[in-house]
Design a protein around this ligand. Structure first.
Ligand code: NAD
Length: 351
């Protein structure tokens, strides 16, 4: 299969972690007989240096025409003095809007060999953790009407959802559940909020098209508690924007590791955006010590979005194998010490 992948290496460790990931994608292409074509474009600080803006129009057009966008990370002290409207992060917000990315997916997985890094007790982790948080990304209270009144002494924001906004994100969650353990927990506050009642009604409606998937509902306060009490009970956690913002950070902290977790944002065009959850780590840039695993796993999420599921599982299994063999970048603790490029090469070798 031919696929066109835009690579936005970005800033800081971005070029190192994306190039290690391309090595693993090449191994996938070779093993499964695909042809991946890479289109390298600029976004963030590197785009400011070259084009004067964080998101050149030609980058947007290339992303729109691609099958998937792999992003390293953007930002760094070099561009801190830029005016707010021209900062590297503006590139990220701009590309999300341009691609209509309404669904943010963040898996949180515990690798048993790295369980020591988790703040939770081994007894809580014993049953394993493999949660996929599906967060609605461009609706809800962050985008509803807001105002300051009485010279700023009073203010309001509005949680607002339409049936269509809930339906499309619910479909993403149920489709994902079908490729996983067929369980969706929908988070809301339907005992208090009207918008949550609408959310719950539409989620139930969508669930009827997925009779194999078990659906349950959980109030957000209980979900926050259950995530640390027994994270093994969750498969797909479907959340409105603000609840998902909070719970996805909580879920990622359970795994205890910033260098291992990927995320994807999906939307109205075929290309999603796939990136690590961490930033550009300027403190370790250019030293070949960054952990590329989060970006490699973001690459696996991109393969899933291209319907290359077997290929995605092969990448995940290779990562598990390399961790089980004891290879560690410095952030992962004691073990057979490897750098960023070597970690990418080892994962590729095990695909
Ligand atoms: P950060 O995630 O870049 O780094 C936090 C700490 O984690 C640092 O000590 C760093 O060395 C370490 N770290 C991060 N990724 C690592 C990896 N793969 N391997 C090993 N160690 C890793 O967060 P920060 O320092 O707050 O931000 C740095 C820059 O990144 C800022 O300019 C920020 O705006 C930007 N940022 C970008 C994104 C993005 O592009 N999506 C997200 C967050 C922050």
């Amino acid at each position: 299969m031919d696929k066109k992948i835009v690579v936005l290496a970005g800033d800081g460790i971005g070029p190192e972690i994306t190039s290690a990931t391309v090595v693993t994608l090449n191994a996938v292409a070779q093993k499964f007989g695909h042809n991946f074509e890479y289109d390298y474009r600029y976004m963030g600080g590197s785009a400011i240096d070259k084009f004067g803006v964080p998101l050149p129009e030609e980058t947007v057009q290339a992303c729109l025409a691609s099958d998937g966008v792999l992003l390293g990370a953007v930002g760094g002290p070099k561009w801190d003095a830029q005016p707010a409207e021209n900062r590297p992060e503006k590139g990220l917000l701009g590309i999300r809007a341009a691609l209509g990315l309404y669904a943010n997916l963040r898996p949180a997985v515990i690798y048993s060999e790295l369980a020591d890094a988790s703040p939770l007790k081994p007894s809580v982790l014993a049953k394993g953790v493999n949660v996929m948080v599906v967060r609605e990304l461009i609706g809800g209270i962050y985008f509803g009407p807001r105002k300051e009144l009485d010279d700023g002494k009073t203010a309001y924001d509005t949680e607002i959802y339409s049936e269509e906004e809930v339906r499309r994100i619910a479909k993403v969650a149920f489709d994902l559940a079908m490729t996983r353990n067929k369980k969706v927990t929908s988070v809301d506050k339907a005992n208090v909020l009207l918008s949550s009642r609408l959310w719950r009604r539409i989620v139930i409606e969508v669930s009827k098209d997925y009779p194999e998937v078990e659906l349950n509902h959980m109030y957000v306060d209980n979900a926050a508690m259950q995530l640390v009490k027994d994270p093994s009970q969750f498969d797909v956690l479907l959340c409105p924007n603000m609840f998902g913002d909070i719970l996805s950070d909580e879920a990622s902290q359970i795994t205890g590791s910033i260098g291992l977790l990927p995320s994807s944002s999906l939307g109205t065009c075929k290309a999603g955006l796939f990136e690590p959850i961490h930033g550009s780590a300027p403190d370790i840039a250019g030293q070949d010590i960054a952990n590329p695993i989060a970006t490699v796993l973001a690459g696996a999420m991109m393969l899933d979005n291209m319907d290359l599921h077997e290929e995605a599982r092969a990448v995940e299994k290779a990562v598990e194998k390399v961790i089980a063999l004891g290879y560690r970048t410095p952030d992962m603790g004691e073990g057979k010490r490897v750098g960023c490029a070597e970690m990418g090469r080892l994962i590729a070798e095990n695909i």
